[in-house]
Design a protein around this ligand. Structure first.
Ligand code: PLP
Length: 444
């Protein structure tokens, strides 16, 4: 009998014993293509020799040194690398252990910034429905996915939500993509005015929405308008690139494709590629100066922040991506994946939308393509797809998002950046068979 809670709940989980390239092998000798990179994490695949070497060297040198006593070369070098490649205006890095920690820290940085600058009234956080920013209480409060929040509501700080920018569901007929983007962004302005323009602290959003709705890219111009609105009302813009960042969409940061820079940016997942738990907040020079000239520090901290092993993983992963020109491969393989999905699912009566950027693509499943009505949640179409895919040696990331108050089904595909054309074709083939079998089993 297992004592692990996650195994006790998911009793049928196979046991992973070895990872190699894009494959994970289980204890029964079965190989799975890791086409979801876990949860959009394993950007270099598994057991990359350069990352393993860097980790062994770091372990031999020093595994842990508390940041209250020491800095380390490896953390300094990672900080330098992240700022060298950062969106304009981001000047400092705060290293943590994962995405939720990064979001918590970013929210507290935003609040402390306004305390340091004397705007004590600014406390409201605005986020979007159908977003996910993590599972710790602050991050969960910011997230807009109701089913994750409901039972914890009494513990959550008050946050405010506007509509997501989700063209497939919300763009009106006769409206251009640009007009839709402008309309969706205007909701932020309306919410700021409703709450009181001097009381809003931050707006947080994922540039390309991941777990809750499946690789939903923004409408053209949406984020430029969001940036303008934040600037007009003195609201800090936090971009959560935990899932869509670090090269996943074909540029190192997803916001580069929107032509904007945030005041705070959270990254994790692909930063360390799963070789160690690591996340970070990148903050603007303006926020840093407020801390420096104010209380002189950021009132926060975690035991494992700046962990040398995690920093070594992050640095090695990012060096391999740069050295091997892997962002170009993300773009090329992303196009191949998008073409493959379009060919395989374009005519499928239950695939309503195919979307994404780079190696961050998704299909959205619907019961009725005309009306876009989702499947009844009791059918658990996503769970069936996951099981059928695993049976065929394929890992994809099926999550139910909330569509207009109901659960919906999408499948997120986020394979490693080292994937080849043949790998992408195998992913599409196996996914096609899994989706057919899963939908067939619903009897719809
Ligand atoms: N933010 C986004 C956009 C995420 O997708 C996630 C995780 O899926 C998180 C934050 C939380 O990250 P973690 O699970 O590393 O705490």
């Amino acid at each position: 009998m297992t004592h692990l809670l996650h195994r006790a709940i998911h009793s049928r989980l196979p046991v992973a014993v070895r990872g190699e390239g894009i494959y994970i092998h289980d204890s029964e000798g079965k190989a799975y293509i890791d086409a979801s990179g876990g949860a959009a994490v394993s950007c270099l695949g598994h057991s990359h020799p350069d990352v393993l070497k860097a980790l062994h060297e770091q372990l031999d040198a020093i595994a842990y040194a508390h940041t209250g006593f020491f800095t380390t070369d490896v953390a300094e070098r990672l900080g330098d690398r992240l700022i060298e490649d950062a969106p304009a205006g981001l000047e400092k890095v705060y290293l943590v252990s994962g995405g939720s920690e990064a979001v918590e820290a970013a929210l507290k940085m935003a609040r402390q910034y306004f305390v340091e600058t004397g705007e004590h009234g600014r406390r409201h956080v605005i986020a979007r429905r159908q977003s996910y920013h993590g599972n710790t209480l602050g991050a969960l409060a910011a997230g807009g996915n109701e089913w994750r929040r409901t039972q914890f509501r009494p513990l959550l700080i008050e946050t405010h939500h506007i509509s997501p920018c989700y063209a497939y569901r919300h763009q009106h007929e006769g409206e251009t993509a640009e007009e839709y983007g402008e309309r969706a962004a205007r909701e932020l302005e309306e919410k700021i005015l409703e709450l009181g323009e001097d009381l809003v602290m931050a707006f947080i959003a994922e540039p390309v929405v991941g777990a809750t709705s499946g690789a939903v890219p923004p409408a053209p111009g949406y984020f430029r308008k969001i940036r303008e609105i934040c600037d007009r009302y003195g609201v800090l813009l936090i971009l959560d690139e935990v899932m869509c960042g670090m090269g996943r969409t074909g540029t190192l940061h997803a916001c580069e494709q929107e032509g904007i820079s945030p005041d705070l940016m959270t990254i994790a997942k692909g930063l360390g590629g799963g070789y160690q738990p690591i996340g970070a907040v990148l903050l603007s020079g303006r926020i840093f100066e407020a801390f420096e000239q104010g209380s002189g520090f950021f009132q926060h901290g975690h035991t494992y922040m700046g962990h040398p092993m995690a920093a070594a993983a992050g640095l090695a992963v990012q060096e391999v991506i740069r050295r091997d020109g892997l962002l170009a491969n993300v773009v090329a393989m992303g196009e191949h994946l998008a073409d493959g999905l379009a060919k395989r699912f374009g005519q499928n009566a239950n695939v309503g939308d195919i979307r994404g950027r780079g190696l961050f693509q998704a299909i959205e499943l619907v019961e009725n393509k005309e009306t876009k009505a989702p499947f009844d949640p009791v059918l658990k179409v996503n769970a069936h797809i996951k099981r059928e895919a695993m049976d065929r040696g394929l890992m994809v990331y099926p999550m139910g998002g909330t569509i207009d108050g109901r659960e919906g089904d999408h499948v997120l595909i986020a394979p490693p950046f080292i994937s080849t054309k043949g790998d992408i074709e195998a992913i599409v083939d196996r996914l096609g068979a899994a989706v057919d079998a899963a939908i067939g089993s619903t009897g719809r």
